[in-house]
Design a protein around this ligand. Structure first.
Ligand SMILES: [Zn+2]
Ligand SMILES: [Zn+2]
Length: 198
């Protein structure tokens, strides 16, 4: 403890300056004392220096992760609603698991049917392709899903218009082209178009 040189009251060393300014502002000795005390270390209460705003790496990382999660969630929601109208399935074909082979020609040239038609990040549609082999997989899980689907249903999942094929065969037998032809197991549907862009 220090003592005020003017009133002799006990004062903490770091509070003496304030004491002089507050209690004896007009005392003739005060300006001199204040000058002297200011020069002494420890007289002015040291305040913890305010730390500058620092952004650490992990804070940046957390923000990045939050942004990424948002983007992925947006992608999941939008891609999940892409193929509405046809059920998403497990891929195990619990009700039945059929394969219909589809071939398409455009102006006489073989068209490659893409793989992963009907397969998005969140949904495997009941009708889908896995590879570019032209095999349509039909994999309903429940009795309600286990109807006979048509080639038109597959084109809907694919997002292509069935339009007007110039020729159609089912298991090699010509027939009038129609989008209502059913997709049965181990059958082959061939479609001929004047021009078709997969
Ligand atoms: Zn499958
Ligand atoms: Zn399959």
């Amino acid at each position: 403890m220090d003592h005020c040189p003017i009133c002799d009251v006990a004062v903490r060393p770091e509070n003496l300056l304030r004491h002089l300014n507050d209690i004896h502002p007009r005392h003739p000795d005060t300006p001199k004392l204040v000058e002297r005390l200011k020069a002494e270390p420890g007289r002015i209460a040291t305040r913890a220096p305010s730390r500058p705003l620092r952004v650490s790496r992990w804070q940046v990382l957390i923000v990045l992760i939050v942004v990424l999660v948002g983007i992925v969630a947006y992608y999941l929601v939008t891609s999940g609603s892409h193929n509405t109208g046809y059920p998403c399935v497990s891929g195990n074909g619990l009700a039945y698991h059929w394969h219909t082979t589809l071939t398409i020609t455009s102006g006489g040239n073989q068209v490659t049917i893409p793989g992963s038609i009907g397969i998005s990040f969140t949904c495997m549609v009941v009708l889908h392709t896995h590879n570019t082999d032209g095999v349509i997989h039909i994999e309903p899980d429940t009795p309600e899903q286990a109807r006979v689907y048509s080639i038109g249903d597959f084109f809907s999942v694919w997002g292509k218009p069935f339009d007007n094929p110039t020729g159609m065969t089912v298991n090699g037998t010509p027939r009038t082209p129609s989008s209502t032809v059913g997709l049965y197991d181990r059958e082959t549907i061939a479609l001929e178009y004047a021009s078709f862009t997969p």
